[in-house]
Design a protein around this ligand. Structure first.
Ligand code: HPA
Length: 302
């Protein structure tokens, strides 16, 4: 395994108040959830050995550890993007550290453009599945057997049992939740109307510039994934107006109440096994033996 990954996980383990059960990755403009973490320890990405730094407006680049409704959680507020010029191993580095810290489930969130014409800006969408249109894959190169298999299965990348749980939690919280397929691509230019028309025929409901690499890396590690997109704008050509990153940030501000409420209830449900989830939602992550060694004491307990 890349020693930078193990050093970052070791370094963090000494500083976190609890071994985390749930990880949350917050997308553009969606950082407010981190403010509600109890017993908070906040660490800048720049202080964590090996962590890449994010420089996008709306991404704070801080790790916040603590509890959410009593559930030990690590929140990554801000992510590094492929379009910033980071190589894929750097893009998935923080997600892999969440896996190494022992998170059994990671909730990935993002801002996305709505391709489905029935969507409105401000809708939240549960990600059923994704299309990788990055033109590359974070697992390209020598396989790190300690992290997982060479050819990970992706047929239940956003686990069905976790999605069932999420829909039940959203209903109980009275948070409207659409669902659909997220198409992830390179960026940073927005798409053309012709591309959006093509992606619609492929079966995509929303489009964005993140998430897919992390979800591939987490699946390789056997970590359960839940994905939530905030539809911050309609994709290019759907409406007459042009696209602007300002609209993305304005929409996240508008929906942050619902978004934070949903995420909080989801973390609680993942931690307590309530909300109609199947037992499967709480099964321990299968860890390769060598990774159990890296995790030390915590791995023995689980
Ligand atoms: N396209 C790509 N990424 C995005 C969009 C979009 O329309 N909105 C927010 N992130």
């Amino acid at each position: 395994m890349d020693p930078r990954l193990t050093s970052a996980a070791e370094w963090l383990r000494e500083r976190l108040p609890h071994p985390p059960l749930v990880g949350v990755i917050l997308g553009s403009g969606l950082g407010d959830f981190a403010d509600g973490v109890d017993e908070r320890v906040t660490i800048s990405y720049g202080d964590i050995p090996g962590f890449p730094a994010s420089a996008v407006v709306g991404h704070s680049g801080t790790l916040v550890a603590g509890t959410v409704r009593g559930v030990p959680t690590v929140v990554l507020s801000g992510r590094v993007h492929f379009y910033e010029g980071h190589p894929m191993p750097a893009v998935v580095f923080p997600a892999r550290v969440l896996g190494l810290l022992g998170c059994r489930t990671v909730i990935v969130t993002n801002a996305a453009g709505g391709i489905d014409r029935s969507f409105k800006s401000g809708n939240l969408m549960l990600i059923d599945d994704h299309i990788n249109a990055f033109g590359t894959n974070p697992l390209v190169g020598a396989n790190e057997e300690d992290l997982g298999p060479r050819f990970p299965d992706m047929s239940d990348a956003y686990r069905k049992d976790l999605r069932t749980l999420a829909l039940a939690v959203a209903k109980r919280q009275h948070v409207p939740l659409k669902h659909g397929v997220y198409l992830g691509l390179h960026g940073p230019s927005y798409e053309t109307p012709a591309e959006i028309r093509a992606f619609r025929t492929w079966g995509a409901h929303a489009v964005g510039m993140s998430t897919v690499p992390e979800v591939i890396a987490l699946n390789q590690m056997g970590v359960g994934v839940l994905g939530i997109s905030c539809i911050t704008n309609m994709a290019a050509g759907v409406l007459k107006q042009k696209l602007d990153h300002k609209e993305v940030l304005e929409t996240t501000q508008r929906v942050k109440g619902d978004f934070v409420r949903l995420l909080t209830a989801l973390v609680q449900a993942l931690g307590t096994g309530r909300s109609g989830a199947t037992e499967d939602a709480f099964r321990p992550v299968a860890r390769p033996a060598s990774r159990a060694k890296v995790l030390g004491k915590r791995a023995k307990k689980t």
